[in-house]
Design a binder for this molecule. Structure first.
Ligand code: FE2
Ligand code: FE2
Length: 303
């Protein structure tokens, strides 16, 4: 099956060699908002293992790609996701060093990606089918990462709330690259299989699984944050989420509902959604991306 895009917005994907320094980062890096901080921190629990799994699956699939432009995209995707995993690993290590002991939850996440979604000792046609199934699942998850990337690029409420600049840069650099490469997993799935019902099934499995992991991860972070010991914030409540979403500090439920409905449209293609211009504009000013490109961090422009 050929790979088609509704418009020609192809970006040459490059992995930027970014570095982040989280030394001294507060656990409520959105000051006074530990709940909202931890909702976003769930990314650090899921993505190191999750994105390494993306890289593993896509590396195995690469020889099955018979379209040079798509193969180039897949290689760019692999490079970007490997950097994302490493950057979120740094944030996770910082959380663990700060005494937020979520190691058991992280072990469960590792089991999901290495065992449940890992190799199954299959060969031949069965091995290929299991690979395609996982590419379909990654395409569904990548729709959410693109939607979240778009959200974080358009979240001035986090700046207004005084969110930590280093963490915000990490999230926006990552979000911008998610928007940049948002079509790759979908195009790869279309190239290998493309069946609509299989795509729907991936969303019906991946969407609720992600929601459950996110809810449990937030609860774990709040329960195990030493700064919240003895406070009512140790226990997470639905109304905390509603309040944080109304204030624009976390994506609201409508963001996810719209994402699912959009995905279920048989004519869905990621290129029709998301703001590539905003992603490119952010990567031009991101301090970490500028340092990676040898352009300084932008501060000297205003000195
Ligand atoms: Fe990523
Ligand atoms: Fe991604």
């Amino acid at each position: 099956m050929s790979t088609t895009r509704p418009d020609d917005d192809r970006v040459v994907l490059q992995a930027r060699d970014v570095r982040f320094d989280f030394a001294g980062l507060r656990t409520d890096w959105i000051p006074g908002e530990p709940f909202a901080s931890h909702v976003i921190d769930v990314l650090h629990l899921l993505l190191p293992e999750g994105e390494r799994w993306f890289v593993e699956v896509f590396s195995q699939v690469l020889p099955m790609v018979h379209d040079e432009a798509l193969a180039e995209d897949v290689r760019g995707f692999i490079g970007q996701e490997a950097m994302h995993a490493a950057s979120h690993q740094g944030a996770l290590d910082h959380l663990l060093d700060a005494g937020v002991d979520v190691s058991r939850f992280v072990e469960q996440v590792e089991w999901i990606f290495s065992e449940l979604l890992g190799e199954r000792g299959l060969t031949g046609a069965e091995a290929r089918e299991w690979l395609v199934e996982r590419v379909g699942l990654i395409a569904a998850v990548e729709h959410f990462t693109a939607v979240l990337g778009d959200w974080i690029l358009h979240s001035p409420e986090l700046d207004a709330a005084g969110a930590d600049a280093e963490m915000l840069d990490m999230l926006r650099w990552h979000g911008a690259e998610e928007v940049e490469h948002r079509s790759v997993a979908h195009d790869l799935y279309t190239h290998l299989d493309g069946r609509y019902l299989r795509r729907v099934r991936a969303m019906l499995v991946g969407g609720p699984a992600l929601a459950k992991l996110w809810t449990d991860g937030t609860a774990q972070l709040c329960a195990r944050d030493p700064q919240l010991r003895g406070t009512p914030q140790r226990r997470t409540r639905l109304r905390d989420y509603v309040r944080a979403a109304r204030r624009g500090l976390v994506p609201g439920p409508w963001v996810f509902a719209r994402a699912v409905l959009t995905y279920l449209n048989p004519r869905f293609h990621p290129a029709r959604h998301g703001d590539t211009d905003a992603a490119i504009a952010y990567l031009a000013v991101s301090p970490a991306a500028r340092r990676a490109d040898g352009r300084g961090d932008g501060r000297e422009d205003t000195a």
